[in-house]
Design a protein around this ligand. Structure first.
Ligand code: 2NL
Length: 378
């Protein structure tokens, strides 16, 4: 019998104050420790029981698992008795119980392997003539759908795709495009510069690709430049630090503003339907002269005025203009012989208009609940 110090103290305290003249045997509480012998006997008994157990079906297997290995199963319960093992026997008891646990687990594994559920899956049982489970098809990203549509329209007009680097130098992104040194677009706030190499930056538009194509010196040139661009913007429902653009460029002899208008009018009719109206508003870009912005009649209200068009009946979709002679000369193109037009549009903006997406951030969050809503054959 082992005596708790606490109980002895209580005993002396009471005697000393002569409170309870009770015989000492009644005060000392015996503690029932589980002896190794008892534990061994119980483990042996459980082991026999487990050895005898049979489980063929899925349900029987699950019943076995719950009874022996579940959270309230025998293994867990007997493990819980470790706390009533005397300190000097804890090590041996721990070993015994761990072995018991491993034994129960291995029997379960064996039962699993010889069960009907397992047999169902063996090679001999496979019926190769059964039709397969349909694999869920992914969907194309809405930005890709719209980008592909834009590209294919211009390809039908003879434009070919040109691509270029996303990390650019100042010349191709700014200087060649006639952006003066003090132009606000060069400001650190708008452009991400590479900290290890400040001469490099993340392109802010795909015009840089068009500069590279013009520098190659092969004319006439009729290209479309889709791609990701970067701007140092605070992320919100209407702005992001990266987005996608499609820019277009046509350089040849005798290209006029009429060609620009007709090309973009064709694009709008193919993209949004023949009912949609267009209008051009004068604008300013350093790389085009003259410059314009193109609006289309609001797709939502048809021009009568709603929240999307801010009650004006029109929504802006792109910027355009005749390529500035300085830009041509920067690329060693004779501006007396050649003229050209260029335009640029944000794909996110067109996608938001086409599908009535209210928040730009949805395009880059990869939430499949959003993405699953788009399907496309192309
Ligand atoms: C906009 C406006 C525009 C261009 C892009 C361009 C490119 C070269 C030369 C001249 Cl290489 N112009 N691109 C021209 C006018 C407008 O984009 O609002 N984009 C989202």
């Amino acid at each position: 019998m082992v005596v708790r110090l606490q109980d002895v103290l209580i005993h002396f305290f009471c005697i000393g104050h002569n409170l309870f003249p009770v015989p000492i045997e009644d005060w000392v509480l015996p503690i029932n420790f589980v002896s190794m012998e008892q534990l061994l006997a119980r483990v042996e008994q459980y082991k026999n029981e487990i050895r005898e157990a049979k489980a063929k079906t899925k349900e029987e297997l699950e019943a076995f698992r719950i009874k022996y290995l579940g959270t309230k199963g025998l293994v867990k319960t007997i493990m819980g008795e470790m706390k009533t093992v005397a300190a000097d026997q804890k090590k041996a008891a721990g070993q015994l119980l761990n072995e018991f646990k491993e034994f129960a687990e291995s029997v379960y594994e064996q039962l699993l392997l010889s069960s009907d559920a397992h047999k169902e899956k063996t090679v001999d049982n496979i019926d190769v003539s059964l039709p397969g489970q349909p694999l869920p098809l992914g969907t194309r990203h809405p930005i890709s759908i719209v980008q592909n549509k834009i590209i294919s329209i211009f390809q039908r007009l003879g434009f070919s795709i040109a691509e270029g680097p996303e990390i650019e130098d100042d010349w191709h992104n700014f200087s060649a495009l006639n952006l003066p040194e003090d132009h606000p677009a060069r400001d650190m706030q708008d452009t991400f510069y590479i900290s290890q190499e400040p001469a490099w930056l993340l392109r802010t538009h795909t015009s840089s690709v068009q500069i590279r194509e013009m520098e190659k010196g092969q004319l006439p040139l009729r290209i479309i430049c889709p791609g990701r661009v970067y701007r140092n913007e605070t992320i919100s429902a209407r702005a992001h630090c990266f987005f996608n653009q499609v820019e277009g460029l046509y350089i040849a002899e005798n290209v006029s503003f009429a060609d620009l208008k007709q090309t973009l009018y064709f694009f709008v009719q193919e993209m949004f339907g023949t009912d949609v109206k267009v209008r051009f508003r004068p604008s300013y870009f350093p790389f085009t002269e003259p410059s314009a912005e193109m609006d289309i009649s609001c797709l939502i209200c048809g021009g009568s005025g709603c929240s999307v068009c801010k009650k004006t009946g029109w929504v802006e979709i792109l910027g355009c203009g005749m390529v500035h002679p300085k830009v041509l000369e920067n690329c060693k193109i004779d501006s007396n012989k050649y003229t050209g037009f260029a335009f640029g549009m944000g794909i996110e903006r067109i996608t938001m208009l086409s599908y009535q997406v209210k928040d730009l951030r949805l395009f880059s969050e990869n939430d499949t609940r959003f993405l699953k809503q788009f399907t496309s054959a192309i």
